[in-house]
Design a protein around this ligand. Structure first.
Ligand SMILES: C[S@@+](CC[C@H](N)C(=O)[O-])C[C@H]1O[C@@H](n2cnc3c(N)ncnc32)[C@H](O)[C@@H]1O
Length: 287
């Protein structure tokens, strides 16, 4: 049985390796100091089950914060809420508030302006050009954004399947096309080259890019932690998106999927996905 919260938990060690160290360190250099009198206000959109919160708490860089975490999926928020008490006991001045709400319902209702906006593995699910100005409008003047794991158009599995590299490449191409054509709640959402498109869009919005770098997922055997499950879930996404897809012969795709699952079971499957991390700042006259 596939579980999205388990996928997110399994993804954490993959993300920990992938996150760009230069961009991550720059974030901590650029963030203003926090104190009891002036806790930093942080918003994370698409926060999932709270892995970024745990990652930030683990750094001990930030003592005082008011951290709002939103996600459209109530199951993810329920898992996140299960950790609130432990976090509050360990770090009483790092206050986390969670809400199950779609970003597009949150945006018109929200009155707050934040010091830091985080979107981790999320922006490639949204219609970026329409959404970015509203996201940047959530920030205080000079506020920071930390947009990480923005998918950027390259997926690769190795070794080749018996169907041949030309078919393997075609599966990856059609998969990217499904990202570009995806609709959520009647809205065109997602872009398989979000990473590279994000950079000029940010500049068009008047934002300054402070640091940028690659954050590729690379998963190789022997699979540490729960990363075999992570890979099985990635293959599940392919199954959901491409079984019955008109651009792929169904029987060949079924053989491809069976071959990839066999490679995973025998500990031979290698997976990589190219992604970008970006840190930046809005202007002093934002709003
Ligand atoms: C790939 S997951 C990443 C979750 C988390 N950031 C992590 O990396 O562990 C994307 C998350 O974005 C959420 N999401 C997607 N579209 C959203 C929207 N319109 N409003 C709020 N959350 C959204 C999904 O529910 C999901 O939890």
């Amino acid at each position: 049985m596939f579980s999205f919260p388990r996928y997110l938990a399994a993804k954490k060690s993959v993300d920990d390796r992938a996150l760009n160290g230069h961009v991550w360190h720059k974030l901590w250099e650029e963030l203003p100091a926090s104190s009891r009198q002036r806790p930093l206000s942080i918003l994370e959109i698409g926060a999932g089950t709270g892995s970024m919160i745990q990652r930030i708490l683990d750094t001990h860089h930030l003592s005082h914060a008011l951290y709002t975490a939103i996600d459209a999926d109530p199951d993810n928020i329920a898992v996140l809420e299960g950790q609130l008490q432990g976090w509050a006991e360990a770090r009483p001045h790092f206050i986390v508030m969670a809400q199950a709400i779609d970003l597009y319902d949150f945006l018109p209702r929200n009155q707050e302006r934040y010091d830091l906006l985080i979107a981790h593995a999320v922006l490639d699910l949204l219609p970026l050009a329409e959404t970015l100005p509203a996201l940047l409008g959530l920030l205080q003047p000079n506020g920071l954004f930390y947009f990480t794991l923005n998918f950027d158009g390259v997926t690769a599995f190795q070794p080749p399947t018996p169907l041949g590299e030309a078919f393997d490449d075609e599966v990856e191409r059609v998969y990217h096309r499904t990202m570009d054509e995806r609709h959520t709640n009647g809205r065109r959402s997602g872009d398989s080259r979000t990473g590279r498109h994000l950079l000029p869009l940010l500049r068009q919005c008047g934002a300054e890019i402070t640091a940028v770098g690659g954050s590729d997922w690379v998963v190789c055997p022997p699979y540490p932690h729960d990363e075999a499950y992570f890979l099985s879930h990635i293959l599940h996404f392919f199954d959901q998106s491409l079984s019955h897809h008109p651009d792929l012969p169904a029987d060949q795709f079924a053989q491809w999927l069976a071959a990839r699952r066999a490679q995973l079971a025998s500990g031979d499957l290698i997976y990589l996905a190219h992604q970008l991390d970006v840190l930046g700042k809005v202007a002093a006259d934002n709003n």
